[in-house]
Design a protein around this ligand. Sequence first.
Ligand code: 5CA
Length: 448
Amino acid sequence: MRLSRFYLPVLKETPAEATIISHQLMLRAGMIRQQGAGIYAWLPLGFRVLKKIEQVVREEQDRAGAVELLMPTIQQADLWRESGRYDAYGKEMLRITDRHDREMLFGPTNEEMITEIFRAGVRSYKDLPKLLYHIQWKFRDEIRPRFGVMRGREFLMKDTYSFDIDKDEARRSYNRMFIAYLRTFARLGLKSIPMRADTGPIGGDLSHEFIVLADTGESEVFCDRDLLDMPAPDINVDFEGDLQSLVDQRTVHYAATDEMHDVEEFEQKVSSEKRVSARGIEVGHIFNFGTKYSKAMNAVVMGPDGKEVAAEMGSYGIGVSRLIGALIEAFHDEQGCKWPVAVAPFHVGIINLKAGDEAVDGACTDLWRQLESQNVEVIYDDTRSRAGEKFARMDLIGVPYQITVGPRGLKEGIVELKLRIDGSKQELSPEAAVNFIKEKIAEGLKVH
Ligand code: 5CA
């Protein structure tokens, strides 16, 4: 992609309304543009990162045995009357009427709709278990939308729903998502800690929030330091097998959000040097709520004994758009974003120091073509901006590998390669730069 053709409206000044670094950088790097309180347009750069995150989330859902579908954003009020949540949801729900005065709403979540879809198509325990998910925009009329995409009113969520014949099987579905979540966040480069959590308007009594520690996080959390050192299960984890011990290894340690925090238990279970009390960002939340919706909405299946039973259910959310904020909080410096390769909007930036010079233009397009033919994603700065401006912009948008091509170096057959992660620079031939980058990108995209 040529930068001259791209749309990258970077800002020189930090907008005053943004108080945390991720919000500031998303505005400055031209990733989003606000369209109303808690409502954002995703500009090309931000949209590329959003799609990358979405894809990692999707791959780990598929690996865990969940099946993707897509439900609409607009739902019928009558569906929510079946569960009794239409009135209970209160002012957070955006209510709409159509031309026939029918009551509709913009979905804040999809328990009712997926239960309707399930009950229409599943009759027997033989069709279970089922794990169904979609990645779709939600709307919640939050009292205090803030911190940019961290707490938006319109936001992108991955939500999965499980249907099982009994409580033991439902626990297996819950465990699948528990492990899939650890893997998802680890692939994005984030350390997530599962914590006992409150269930709020979704309901149920078994629930964990997945928290990424960050000083700017909205949640106050308490946990055992041992959880911070535990790696996520690797690619060889068997989702068809028994995951209980992997889950137990984590849940034996104390970890709770402030609503569930028990000071006495914390002090009793965790020695003082291992007590962590910190702030965190809730990037995922999983719930088991039994038959709350299936009973109310008559989603029943025939059991092995010929008797009808209400399906045991759970729901599992990931804040896909919130994750961009969490990632920037984790990966940035004074100059801007520092994207891990797995979610970088582009892998490589090529900086042309003398746009219009035949030799430099030629060398840049050669490099660009070679990299793109290897599936490396390139942003090529072919603009006439000053060198300093080009360097600053490339750092601000956080491209992990940056190649600078100028007339002087080119005469000696060299270009400069900079690594955004540590700022280190090396001079090498264009061929050597391509080979070096190819390997690094392959390593960065490898799924462990
Ligand atoms: N139906 C359940 C699970 S699918 C549910 O809605 N859970 S939730 O309310 O906890 O939301 C799931 C995830 O969406 C949260 O963990 C959080 O990461 C994200 N999320 C929730 N509200 C917002 C918001 N206002 N802005 C951005 N992300 C949000």
